[in-house]
Design a protein around this ligand. Structure first.
Ligand code: PLP
Length: 410
C-alpha cells in the first residue's frame, strides 16, 4: 500500500469512523473498483442498504437548501439516497469523473440524458449501430418532441463530425462496442468533436476495460444491469461526467422519476468489487470461444474485438484493456440453423441479457432486436443466423465445448 493511502482516524471522530484507503492513491482500475464508494460510509466492508424513502430534516432553511441540492442524499430518495450515492461515488471514481448519477435502468439513463438535455428544435447525431431500445427512443420518441436525429455509420472515420450542425446539434451519441455486432467507435476522434456534448454508451466495456472520459468524451453511460452489477440481480443505469453536467441532468431526473432503487445500487456496489476478475475470466473465455468458432465450417463469421480478423482490431487494442465477454457470430445455415443452435445448447442458457455469471446466448432477431423491421435488421447486420453470446464465469473449456457441439447440431 502507498504511504498516503491509509489515513488515520482523527481524535474527534467516533471510534467506528475508520477511514478507508483512498482509491485516488491507486491507478489500477481493478484496485479502484474494490476501494471506491466508501468515503461517506462507516467501517462496514459490505455496502449498507438505506431503504428509507424520506429523511428527517433539521430546519426549514436546511430543507430549502437540501431540496435543491443535486448532491444531497438524505432528503427524499427520488432526489438522492445514501446507498445510491455510494454507488454513484464509486462509479465516478472508477470512470475518472467528477460525478455520476444512477438511474433505475440503462434505459432510464439513456432517456434521462436525451430528454434531460435536449429540447424541441435540437439535433442529435447518433450511430446506426445501437442497442434497440436506444434506437427506438431516438428514432420514434425524439421526433414526437421536435428533436431531430441523424443516424451515421459509427465505424466510418469522420462520420459523426461531418453530421454535426453547428449551433443546433446538442448531442453526439455513440455506443462502443455496439450491441450486438461489436462495432467500435474511435473514442479519440469522438472526444475531439467541438460544440455538441459527446456521449458513449460503454455498457459492453465497463470502466476497467475502457474509460470514455479519458478520451475527452463528455458523458460515459452504462446499463449497470449488465457487467457492472454482474449477477443478474440489479436493474440499474449510470451516467458519469463533470459535476456541472451531472448536476444539469439532476433536475429532469428527479421529475423523470427513474431513480435507482437502493437495493439495486447496493447490488451494483457488490458487483463492482469483483468486476476486474470477472472481466478477465470472461474475456479469456470469449477469446478462446471466438478462436474456436472462427475455424468451424458451420460458422460464416465471428465478431470479437480480440480476433485479429475483426475489422477494428487495431482500434480495439488502442482503446480496450480487455476485449470483453461478448461475441457475436453468424451461422452459415441462416434461419433454421439459428433456431437449431439455441435448441442444442446444454450449458449456455437462452436469455436476453449479458455480463452475468451464466453464459447466455441470444438470437438477436428474436430477442433484443425483435421489434426491428426486416430492412432495419438488414441495416443493423442482423441475420436469421446471428447469435450473440455473453460468456459467463463457467470454466472456459466447458463453455467452448458447449458452443461447438451446438454449432455441430445446427
Ligand atoms: N445500452 C446497451 C448497450 C444495452 O445493451 C442495454 C440493454 O441491453 C441498455 C442500454 C439498456 O439497459 P437496461 O436493460 O438496464 O435498461
Amino acid at each position: 500500500m502507498q504511504a498516503d493511502a491509509a489515513p488515520k482516524p482523527t481524535d474527534d471522530a467516533p471510534p467506528w469512523a475508520v477511514p478507508a484507503p483512498d482509491p485516488a492513491a491507486f491507478c489500477h482500475p481493478d484496485t479502484v473498483a474494490i476501494l471506491a464508494g466508501r468515503r461517506t460510509g462507516g467501517p462496514e466492508l459490505a455496502p449498507t442498504l438505506h431503504p428509507a424513502t424520506t429523511f428527517r430534516l433539521p430546519s426549514l432553511p436546511d430543507s430549502r437548501r437540501m431540496a435543491l441540492d443535486p448532491t444531497e442524499s438524505r432528503y427524499y430518495t427520488r432526489n438522492g439516497n445514501p446507498t445510491v450515492a455510494a454507488f454513484e461515488e464509486a462509479m465516478a471514481e472508477l470512470e475518472g469523473a467528477e460525478a455520476s448519477r444512477a438511474y433505475a435502468s440503462g434505459m432510464g439513463a439513456v432517456s434521462g440524458v436525451v430528454l434531460g438535455l435536449c429540447s424541441a428544435g435540437d439535433h442529435i447525431v447518433a450511430q446506426r449501430q445501437l442497442y434497440s431500445g436506444t434506437q427506438f427512443l431516438l428514432q420514434a420518441v425524439c421526433p414526437r418532441f421536435g428533436i431531430e436525429v441523424t443516424f451515421v455509420d459509427g465505424t466510418e472515420p469522420g462520420a459523426f463530425a461531418a453530421a454535426v450542425q453547428p449551433g443546433r446539434t446538442m448531442l453526439v451519441w455513440a455506443e462502443s462496442p455496439a450491441n450486438p455486432r461489436l462495432e467500435l467507435v474511435d473514442l479519440e476522434a469522438l472526444g475531439a468533436i467541438v460544440g455538441p456534448l459527446t456521449v458513449v454508451d460503454a455498457t459492453f466495456a465497463p470502466p476497467s476495460i475502457t474509460r470514455p472520459l479519458d478520451y475527452g468524451v463528455d458523458l460515459s453511460l452504462h446499463s449497470a444491469t449488465k457487467g457492472i452489477g454482474g449477477h443478474n440481480d440489479a436493474t440499474l443505469g449510470v451516467v458519469s461526467g463533470s459535476a456541472e453536467l451531472i448536476a444539469s441532468l439532476w433536475g429532469f431526473a428527479v421529475l423523470q422519476g427513474a431513480n435507482a432503487a437502493p437495493f439495486d445500487a447496493m447490488n451494483g456496489l457488490r458487483g463492482l468489487r469483483t468486476l476486474g476478475v470477472r472481466l478477465e475470466r470472461q474475456s479469456a473465455t470469449a477469446q478462446q470461444a471466438a478462436e474456436a468458432l472462427v475455424e468451424h465450417p458451420g460458422v460464416a463469421a465471428v465478431r470479437y474485438p480480440g480476433l485479429a480478423c475483426h475489422p477494428q482490431h487495431e482500434l480495439a487494442k488502442r482503446q480496450m484493456r480487455l476485449f470483453g465477454g461478448l461475441l457475436t457470430f453468424d451461422l452459415a445455415g441462416g434461419h433454421p440453423a439459428g433456431e437449431r443452435f439455441v435448441d442444442a445448447v446444454r450449458l449456455a442458457q437462452i436469455a436476453p441479457s449479458l455480463g452475468g455469471p451464466e453464459t447466455l446466448v441470444s438470437h438477436s432477431a428474436s430477442t433484443t432486436h425483435a421489434g426491428l423491421t426486416p430492412e432495419e435488421l438488414e441495416t443493423a447486420g442482423i441475420g436469421a443466423g446471428t447469435i450473440r453470446v455473453s460468456v459467463g464465469l463457467e470454466h472456459g473449456d466447458d463453455v467452448v465445448a458447449d458452443l461447438l457441439q451446438a454449432v455441430d447440431a445446427a
